[in-house]
Ligand binder design. Sequence first.
Ligand code: GTB
Length: 228
Amino acid sequence: MRSDRMPRRTFRATPTITAFECSPDRGQGLARDMRVRWALEEAGQPYNVRLLSFKAMKEPAHLALHPFGQIPTYEEGDLTLFETGSIVFHIAERHEALLPGDDDARARAITWMFAALNTVEPPILELVTARILERDKPWSSERLPLVQDRVRDRLDQLSAHLGDAEWLDGAFSVGDLMMASVLLRLRPSGILDEFPGLSSYVARAEARPAYRRAFAAQLAVFSAASSS
Ligand code: GTB
């Protein structure tokens, strides 16, 4: 059923987002400003980027925008947002190709966005912690396989749902943008390669022109920082 309750919202000003001045991922596009850049590119919305050092992120000027002193933030006129999910949702509400006008399709796209952030990403973040922050702990070799298997269990389920479909629910939506972004965080671990269906899904997402523009923009920041 199509909803005619409200006209589609528009951007009231050119947004400004924040990103790492020098991303620790060395331009792999794993930091969360990438999700916001990608959504803005899908929406065809130009944007500005303010780059921040780790020190600046904890200073009052940035803490006034983000209570936890992180990136990304989003400013659009007098509106300031933090939390990637909220920012991407705000952008998606302004672009029908990210959030369908049909009420039910829209609700399902939002469901997939939450599933990406609340159900699929937590075990992946646990794995990132286990592989990087805990790797020197004496118990790391015992814990890591448990965490890896928790990720595999979740990917088994997601893969079974996706099957041979191109996207999670019909046409590409913000649910796919968030899910593919979350899965990309797995790439350095090699686990994504164990799931050919999900690997192809992520590859399709990465092949989208909007993704490529967003990726190139964040890579250019890293390249400039590392050559200066
Ligand atoms: N829940 C918040 C959101 O979704 O916006 C989480 C934001 C967040 O974790 N921001 C990180 C940050 O600002 C950057 S994206 N960290 C600095 C700090 O907390 O002081 C997370 C991230 C960081 C680095 C890599 N990497 O190097 O691969 C990947 C992702």
